[in-house]
Design a protein around this ligand. Structure first.
Ligand code: CA
Length: 379
């Protein structure tokens, strides 16, 4: 997701200015480039957003009702709902999306129900909307098996309903993982009551993609214009990921696989420090609302080498991509475009130009996604 403006307005073509018809880059935006349509790899984009009209309406109805909660994530839904052109792209699971994929050389999209998802709806409504979402996206995958795959939505507030829906989505609908839009009214999956969801994800071999949402401490961020990509988004997924590590989830369920976007929400840059400072939280009792002490079996960095994968959504920046591949391993970094929030032919071309070996480029753009999300293997 790109930078969000507090008033919900579009900032035009982000990363560039137009002066007298001449487009100029701002800062580190990629230079003009041509997409290599004969590249020796398929591009599988792994954080591609969609939604459907009934969900948008249910979010807005709740937000505008007298009993609406003070939930920054629900409030964020209004920003997207009020952008008609964006909604047309988000709600299309057919010709328009496929035409854009062809234009940008994207072989396959992994579809994620866009933030804030079903977890901001009126309590009790989320699971029914998750089922509807999963039925619809499964139909799109059946209609275009060579182009679409999808992660399943679920509402973590309904633990039993989530477990059943994850099982149904993986076993009956044959979806490729699950997506959560980070915190739900200030709660996180690391809290003990949500453990059955983690157990179900691991048992069904479903990678969990944690996508950002507006952080629960919304006003602190929105007062500065930071609730989106400038701060709130990465901070909230950082908290969620570290919480899961220190809750012992990956020790108890070694098959539990986590995917986070935006180059790992900055976490890979700090692995060294996390290992040094691990004792701040490791073995400390009373965390997460009174949880008994959890002592991790490994240094924090271990989980980034065994349980966690990252995608490049929104950060098509060669030095950062190379750094992450270096410290996590080339098999742990996956390409993502973040359609329709961020699509740029110059950015796709920048990936084509990246100075990586053919093997590492194929892992980044195609093979890692096939492995993590159990996609059909393509030549
Ligand atoms: Ca996104």
């Amino acid at each position: 997701m790109g930078e969000l403006l507090p008033d919900g307005s579009e900032k035009g073509l982000r990363g560039y200015t137009q002066e007298r018809g001449v487009r100029r880059r701002i800062g580190l935006a990629p230079p003009e480039g041509k997409i290599d349509f004969k590249a020796p790899y398929k591009r599988i984009a792994t954080e591609e957003a969609w939604t459907f009209p009934e969900l948008v309406k249910a979010q807005m109805d709740y937000l505008q009702s007298p009993d609406a909660p003070d939930d920054p994530a629900l409030q964020m839904a209004a920003i997207f709902a009020n952008q008609p052109e964006l909604q047309v792209m988000l709600q299309d699971l057919g010709e328009l999306r496929l035409a854009h994929m062809d234009e940008y050389g994207i072989a396959r999209q992994l579809l994620l129900l866009t933030a804030p998802g079903v977890q901001v709806l009126r309590p009790g409504d989320g699971t029914a909307f998750a089922r509807e979402a999963n039925d619809r996206v499964a139909e799109a995958c059946r209609n275009h098996p060579d182009r679409f795959s999808a992660c399943a939505a679920f509402d973590p507030r309904d633990v039993k309903g989530s477990v059943k829906e994850i099982e149904r989505a993986m076993q009956e609908l044959k979806l490729n993982g699950a997506v959560l839009n980070s915190h739900f009214q200030g709660h996180y999956l690391d809290e003990p009551e949500y453990e059955p969801i983690i157990e179900a994800l691991a048992a069904n071999d479903a990678a969990l993609y944690i996508h950002p949402t507006a952080p629960a401490a919304g006003k602190i961020y929105s007062d500065r214009g930071f609730f989106g990509a400038l701060g709130g988004f990465p901070h909230d997924v950082w908290l969620h990921t570290m919480g899961l590590i220190f809750s012992g989830a990956f020790d108890k369920y070694p098959n539990f696989r986590l995917v986070i976007g935006h180059l790992g929400e900055c976490l890979p840059l700090h692995l060294y420090r996390f290992d040094w400072m691990q004792n701040n939280a490791d073995g400390v009792p009373g965390l997460r609302g009174g949880q008994p002490a959890v002592t991790l079996k490994h240094p924090v960095s271990h989980y980034f080498h065994n349980n966690i994968w990252i995608t490049t959504s929104g950060v098509g920046w060669e030095p950062a991509v190379k750094f992450c591949m270096g410290v996590m391993g080339p098999e742990r970094v996956l390409y993502a475009m973040d359609y329709p929030y961020q699509q740029s032919s110059d950015e796709v071309a920048a990936y084509d130009r990246m100075g990586l070996s053919d093997e590492h480029k194929a892992l980044l753009m195609q093979r890692n996604a096939e492995h993590v999300f159990r996609l059909p293997l393509q030549d």
